[in-house]
Design a protein around this ligand. Structure first.
Ligand code: ADE
Ligand code: ZN
Length: 321
């Protein structure tokens, strides 16, 4: 008997942050890379606050040295998603991380696309990529990412975003990069209201003209902002397990995802960096359903919101919806 699963979608997962520790260790051995301190004694990623998480993430990312390494990563991630009932997923890709490993943007994207296509051929799962600039690398680096994405256009790279340390650099610094990305036809999203407060979400909406926000949960601290998000139909890429692992909320009962939803905000559920936070998108759906009493119809509505907000063509959306 096949188990009945709710169809799911994921809009917010960093592909390097989805790397299973076993794969990272295997590649570290193959490429002779020292990963001391990256794992704890049980073999899980080791970190204890947002800065040390970003550091562990950067170190683990160093093992991906060839297009085939990235293909192995995306193929295994998309296969795992398909097994959880995910029908569509956008992976966040970081050209700066690939460049630090000596890989060109074109090789990085073609490796990831190869893995996505292999997984799709086996499972039917649909995928796209969102290229992000890293906020704490500064405005010039973020502009260079847009330039690369537009110069080497790839059918599966359909979005542009901003990740990294939200405590550094005002969104105004990145307005020009986002304007270029919008003119180039890319969908836009930015991390905000994760480590920063509601003012960070307002600034992202005002200066970057995004219609999706990565996280955005701190908006709950500003009633007028919650109303604005609901009225403007901004989609929040909520990652409850990530927020709890990083200590923003002590447990899911105190997480604002249900309050945001009840206030009329369009929310989606996502894993962010799944093995770092010991979660999966399937786990996010199940734990929210259990904690907040969400029915199967509620969960399907969340998937529908994600597909509506997805950075993919209309025909793909219509087929998935
Ligand atoms: N890069 C990878 N994970 C991230 C997160 N949760 N916030 C900001 N940047 C990230
Ligand atoms: Zn993220």
């Amino acid at each position: 008997m096949t188990r009945h699963v709710v169809p799911k979608a994921e809009l917010h997962v960093h592909i390097e942050g989805a790397a299973p520790p076993d794969l990272v260790r295997r590649l570290a051995t193959r490429h002779d890379i020292d990963l001391s301190g990256v794992f704890d004694r049980t073999g899980h990623y080791s970190w204890d606050d947002f800065s040390s998480f970003l550091n562990a993430y950067d170190r683990a990312s160093q093992v991906f040295r060839t297009p085939e390494d990235y293909a192995a990563l995306s193929e295994s991630y998309y296969r795992m998603l398909a097994a959880e009932g995910v029908i569509y997923a956008e992976i966040t890709i970081s050209p700066d991380h690939a460049a630090a490993n000596g890989l060109s943007y074109a090789d990085y994207v073609s490796g990831l696309a190869e893995g996505m296509e292999r997984a799709k051929a086996e499972t039917g799962i649909e995928g796209r990529m969102i290229a992000v600039g890293v906020r704490h690398f500064g405005a010039r680096a973020v502009e260079q990412v847009v330039t690369q994405v537009l110069a080497h256009s790839h059918p599966l790279v359909t979005g542009f975003g901003l990740a990294g340390d939200e405590r550094e650099g005002h969104p105004a610094n990145f307005a020009s990069a986002f304007r270029q990305a919008a003119e180039g036809g890319l969908g836009l999203t930015a991390h905000a209201g994760e480590i920063g407060g509601p003012e960070s979400v307002t600034a992202a909406l005002d200066f970057l003209r995004v219609k999706r926000i990565g996280h955005g949960v701190k908006a709950i601290e500003d009633k007028a902002l919650v109303e604005r998000i609901a009225e403007e139909g901004v989609v929040l890429e909520v990652c409850p397990g990530s927020n709890i692992a990083l200590g923003l909320y002590s447990n899911l009962r105190f997480h604002p995802v249900n309050l945001l939803r009840r206030a009329g905000c369009r929310i989606t559920l996502n894993s962010d960096d799944p093995p770092f936070f010991r979660t999966t998108v399937g786990h996010e759906y199940r734990s929210c359903a259990q904690t907040f009493g969400w029915s199967e119809a509620d969960q399907l509505a969340i998937t529908k919101t994600a597909i509506e907000a997805a950075f993919c063509d209309k025909a793909t959306k219509e087929r998935l919806l």
